[in-house]
Design a protein around this ligand. Structure first.
Ligand SMILES: [Zn+2]
Length: 148
């Protein structure tokens, strides 16, 4: 016969397992969402390689130099085209633009980081050249659960 403690622990374990399963299912749905690529086709996020660029910040005062995360690109699996994901959050006051659930870009980056097949960090002091600006996700915010 199980004690009250064991029953309560079992209940938490079942709920925890169910939560893990629900999160796994959610990730699979996010991976299956499609974005229109500059090649004209739609690709599932789960088949795309994500490049996360970083830009260099010079040392200033007592602060040393560092790299900070910047734009996200996905690479077309058919043609190798780079698509820079752009979001227009300029209608949001700057001090709120990077709040989760308020800015589309920050929210997308929080929710979808793991939806891509792999991530390449890219460090360049010169920025990324020859990429197509892609606003498809920004234009379909509702489909991605982003603030509209
Ligand atoms: Zn493509």
């Amino acid at each position: 016969m199980k004690s009250a403690l064991q029953k309560a622990e079992d209940k938490v374990k079942r709920a925890s397992d169910a939560l893990t399963k629900a999160k796994d299912d959610l990730l699979l749905v996010r991976k299956s969402l499609k974005v229109e690529c500059s090649c004209g086709l739609q690709h599932s996020l789960g088949e795309l390689t994500l490049t996360i660029t970083h830009f260099y910040v010079e040392p200033y005062g007592y602060h040393g130099d560092y790299w900070t995360e910047s734009d996200w690109y996905f690479v077309c699996p058919s043609g190798g085209y780079k698509n820079r994901l752009l979001f227009n959050d300029y209608n949001i006051p700057y001090e709120h633009r990077y709040e989760l659930g308020r800015g589309a870009e920050v929210t997308f980056k929080h929710l979808y980081r793991n939806a891509f097949i792999c991530i390449f960090p890219e460090y360049s002091k010169h920025g990324v050249q020859s990429a197509h600006n892609n606003v498809w996700i920004d234009n379909h915010r509702k489909d991605f659960g982003l603030p509209c």
